[in-house]
Design a protein around this ligand. Structure first.
Ligand SMILES: Nc1ncnc2c1ncn2[C@@H]1O[C@H](COP(=O)(O)OP(=O)(O)OP(=O)(O)O)[C@@H](O)[C@H]1O
Ligand SMILES: Nc1ccn([C@@H]2O[C@H](COP(=O)(O)O)[C@@H](O)[C@H]2O)c(=O)n1
Length: 221
């Protein structure tokens, strides 16, 4: 039986870090759905598409192909790099991620990637929309201040000029956009287990989830 693990939560709560480590230790696939929204959000923004125009978005997405191969993403055959990892790309992802057309396009692709395999998928609507049948659903949270500080440290390490206050404002803005949108809002799935990582190390979060996985997926690793 395949083991399906869904990790949802707000920006900067540690989903990507934890999901990657879990997938590595369990020897299963990993999917960062946020990267897909960042790719589409940045592309639509660069095409000058109005986030509220279904028609304009549909027209562009009809000509777009997104592939996911060996942990890498390709847009129209071109490999995606760190250009999607900026704070601004996260804002575009949120803006266009509220479009029903964008969500339909990406959810279909995400379901195809997650089908017929054990996988750890992370995002905002994995446990509610993409993999509602996941055996393990984690809702990973942390205080906005802790998340902003983590993001600040991360971007500084990458040599980017960033302001903590601006990052905190963007995180609060993204939280609001993600949890208040009509379609597939960021909400804790009824059967999800909430973990607050504000005062936990990455290792402590991973260990907590591994215990749940071993119980529910009967995996030995
Ligand atoms: N428990 C933790 N303790 C300390 N730092 C952490 C913890 N979890 C994650 N981090 C760090 O916080 C930063 C953000 O983590 P990560 O990118 O995994 O969050 P995320 O939830 O995937 O964010 P987003 O939704 O914006 O992609 C990274 O630099 C990561 O190393
Ligand atoms: N399943 C998802 C994943 C992401 N989003 C939107 O993309 C933004 C960026 O996601 P990160 O995890 O890379 O920060 C996020 O703020 C959401 O607006 C989504 O809607 N659904």
């Amino acid at each position: 039986m395949h083991c399906k693990i869904a990790i949802d939560g707000p920006a900067g709560s540690g989903k990507t870090t934890v999901a990657r480590e879990l997938a590595k230790r369990l020897g299963i696939e990993y999917l960062d759905t946020g990267a897909m929204y960042r790719i589409v959000g940045l592309y639509l923004h660069n095409c000058g598409v109005n986030p509220d125009s279904t028609e304009e978005i549909e027209k562009i997405l009809n000509e777009v192909s997104i592939e996911y191969k060996d942990g890498e993403y390709y847009l129209n055959g071109k490999k995606i790099g760190d250009e999607i990892r900026t704070a601004q790309a996260g804002v575009y992802a949120s803006q266009y991620g509220a479009s029903p057309v964008v969500r339909k396009f990406l959810t279909k692709l995400q379901k195809e990637i997650c089908a017929n395999r054990s996988i750890v998928a992370e995002g905002r609507d994995i446990g509610t929309v993409v993999m509602p049948d996941a055996q393990v659903k984690i809702f990973l949270v942390a205080s906005p201040e802790v998340r902003a500080k983590r993001r600040y440290e991360e971007l500084k390490m990458k040599g980017l000029e960033v302001s903590y206050d601006e990052l905190l404002r963007q995180i609060i803005e993204r939280d609001k956009l993600d949890s208040s949108r009509e379609i597939a809002p960021l909400v804790k799935a009824e059967d999800a287990i909430e973990i607050d990582s504000s005062n936990l190390s990455v290792e402590e979060v991973v260990e907590k989830i591994l215990e749940i996985v071993k119980e529910r997926c009967k995996l030995t690793r």
